[in-house]
Design a protein around this ligand. Sequence first.
Ligand SMILES: [Zn+2]
Ligand SMILES: [Zn+2]
Length: 292
Amino acid sequence: MRENATGAPGLGWAVDHHVHSVHSWDGSDPVDAYCRRALELGLGGIVFTDHVELDPDGKGYRMYRYDAARAAVEAARQEYPGLHLGLGVEVTYLRSLEGEIREFLRGKEFDVVMGSLHQVGGVDCSDPRARAALEESGVDSRNLLDAYSDELRAAVESGLFDVLGHIDVFLRLGADMWRQMEAEVEGRMGEVLDLAVRAGVAIEVNTSGFRHGVGHPHPGVPTLTAYRHRGGSLVTLGSDAHRAAQLAWEFPAVAGMLRELGFGQVYFFRARRPAPLPLPGTGGGPGACPPP
Ligand SMILES: [Zn+2]
Ligand SMILES: [Zn+2]
């Protein structure tokens, strides 16, 4: 993974573990365009994680086509043997969808199944534009946080997922909305982290926070620090790119941040098992836990 087809320096250690191609309802570039961009960047690889939406009230309902997504990645593996190319999915989770999700996964082979919350109680927590509607409807932010974290804990306990995507994505709704609630946010995230560590479910470090006005990856430093203090080390790194130009977004900066937090490596999943990617400038081990 340190070498790649072009031999370009810099990102050969990294696999972008959260990428949406045209096989996502909201993706705009084909697999091939991402592979070409990866070669330009000298990136080690990509795991494609197209959206699977099984909520009839949500966007992109049942638009994912497994056979087409698999065929595109398999063709790209032939075309770009120097890249590691994985086939995964990002499944929108709600407790009410568990039956449909199990049914969807049956008989399909993925490198990784990532579970993410998007809509909770009719609010799209991943869309900063939902804020205006939220104010109009008078939804209480404490209630929204409670509902969100209940669903996230259920996602871990479902046993369906290898990785939890962008666990604090609700921060996209605006910093002011959560300003008086730092302790509650920390408490709720802590409960999720406890469960994830115990269950061996990975936490994603998602750099799209830098593109959505959050100013840090999802999750931010306090949650990542809390994860380390719980003995957590199983993190993946993804850009959540919806266009090839967003591939490996802010990876060098976030790798440095993870190093400072004591992470010696990130992971990517192959056949649903984690494999380590040592961060540059570290010995590759789990690293010392930073002081609280
Ligand atoms: Zn998502
Ligand atoms: Zn995504």
